[in-house]
Design a protein around this ligand. Structure first.
Ligand SMILES: Cc1ncc(COP(=O)(O)O)c(C=O)c1O
Length: 454
């Protein structure tokens, strides 16, 4: 058992942390963060950590950002919350106006939820109810991709495919039809981004052609399967998916929760493919990482299917106490204003290029780096046992977790995804900080390998 501070002991007395085995905290106690500023988090002992993962991919413009702090304070002084049924407020209306200007064309209506998983629930319910009300009563299923992740509520798990999160709850879950998706690290067609035409879409095509009459929607993470290990795939896949879902009368749900708000270099990942989904879920960066809020955007056609006299029973009944919270809406408005006024997409492009060049240079020819991949400011290393065969380290070695622990001691929060170590820093990161982040990553990898080979 590692020595703990009073605060750490008290934390463990009361708190059950997410995404953790609590027994692991005996060895690595919870780090008590007392302050955040820009890229950095500071703990109770004065140690600082570069937040290389934007605190679970939410933070965009740095911790405790002065501009955002001010609007949050001002909004709290005038209105902190109001019931959102029959009532509304200026921040929600302004957000509607600003957001519909920047999302893919045709998405005109906003439905608020509190978190990403709930927005997935809403998108599934909307699609299902839409088709039931339109007379397509056989449409009771969903299609999603192998290795996909859409959150951890029961409905979101049903369309996800990451065993560690799903396995225990299988008896409770009505699973979606899982389709083998793109695997560009180990492409079965031996193609790459330059010469591929999304040949792997064949599996989706077969599934849709076989099942379309019973399927309401296809749900995908556009362009990057995040939790699967930042697996980046071709926009051509999305173009084909859009065409076929349209042709077969199936909704296309784009889960932009992780990739929205500039992470891939464009405001939304769907833009790389020039497509517009029927339903789009956004969250995480929506409030610059300040407030738990998500939004489901939909087309006018979907919205209208619920618009009827009360006794027709077509209302969409899904409510959260904090739906459309004014603080969250005001923060989201400011997020969009910052993107516009501070040319954030250009910054991402510049810093993304810098990161790519440096990362490739640093890890070139490393025997245990199977691949470095990047889009926008999302970069990831696939850590392999054997570069030739692409054999991975066994999951039981917890390689990523071991490297994460070493990097923490060196001052970087580099939370892994299995064998994948990734970077998804806030956009305020500087070139010098990118160098430092990569340096810590490399040192941590080397230290881990040295220990392992001893
Ligand atoms: C693609 C995707 N969808 C949904 C979610 C769930 O969001 P939340 O954690 O806010 O419930 C996540 C979270 O990581 C995600 O990456």
């Amino acid at each position: 058992m590692t020595k703990m501070s009073d605060l750490q002991k008290k934390d463990l007395e009361y708190i059950f942390h997410p995404c953790s085995q609590m027994k692991d905290y005996e060895d690595l106690p919870p780090i008590v963060i007392t302050e955040g500023k820009g890229l950095y988090l500071k703990d109770e002992f004065g140690n600082t950590y570069m937040d290389c993962v934007s605190s679970w991919w939410v933070n965009l413009f740095g911790h405790s950002n002065d501009r955002i702090n001010k609007v949050l304070y001002d909004q709290a002084k005038s209105l902190e919350h109001v019931i959102f049924a029959n009532f509304t407020h200026k921040p929600a209306i302004e957000l509607g106006e600003l957001l519909t200007e920047v999302v893919p064309k045709g998405l005109t209506k906003l439905f608020f939820t509190d978190n990403g998983a709930s927005s997935i629930e809403v998108s599934l319910k909307l699609s299902f109810q839409y088709y039931q009300q339109a007379g397509f009563t056989k449409k009771k299923k969903f299609i999603s991709l192998a290795n996909g992740y859409h959150g951890e509520t029961i409905g979101a798990l049903a369309v996800g495919d990451v065993d560690i999160f799903t396995e225990t709850y299988r008896p409770l879950i009505k699973e979606s039809i899982k389709v083998q998706g793109p695997n560009c690290f180990n492409c079965p067609y031996k193609l790459n981004f330059e010469n591929c035409d999304a040949e792997c879409f064949i599996h989706m095509e077969k599934a849709l052609e076989t099942h379309h009459e019973e399927v309401a929607a296809v749900v995908v993470e556009p362009l990057v399967q995040g939790v699967a290990g930042m697996r980046i795939y071709s926009p051509k896949y999305l173009i084909k998916l859009r065409e076929l879902t349209k042709k077969l009368n199936v909704h296309f749900i784009a889960d932009e929760i992780a990739v929205g708000f500039g992470r891939t270099g464009k405001m939304f990942a769907c833009e790389h493919a020039g497509i517009s989904p029927d339903i789009m879920c956004i969250g995480k960066g929506l409030t610059s990482g300040y407030f738990p809020m998500s939004i489901v955007l939909m087309t006018e056609d979907i919205y209208k299917a619920f618009y009827a006299d009360y006794f027709e029973g077509k209302s969409f009944l899904h409510s959260h106490s904090y739906s459309g919270n004014p603080l969250g809406c005001r923060l989201a408005v400011e997020t969009l204003k910052i993107f516009k006024e501070e040319n954030i997409l250009q910054t991402i492009e510049k810093k993304g290029n810098y990161l790519r060049n440096k990362a490739i240079q640093l890890f070139k020819d490393h025997p245990n780096i199977g691949e470095y991949r990047q889009i926008g400011l999302i970069g990831a290393f696939e850590f392999v046992k054997n570069k030739e065969t692409k054999e991975l380290f066994p999951a039981t070695d917890r390689v990523g977790y071991e490297i994460y622990k070493i990097a923490l001691k060196k001052g970087a929060l580099l939370r892994p995804l299995g064998n994948v170590i990734y970077f998804m820093p806030p956009y305020v990161i500087t070139e010098e900080e990118i160098d430092k982040m990569l340096e810590i990553c490399k040192e941590s990898v080397e230290e881990y390998l040295d220990q392992r080979n001893k």
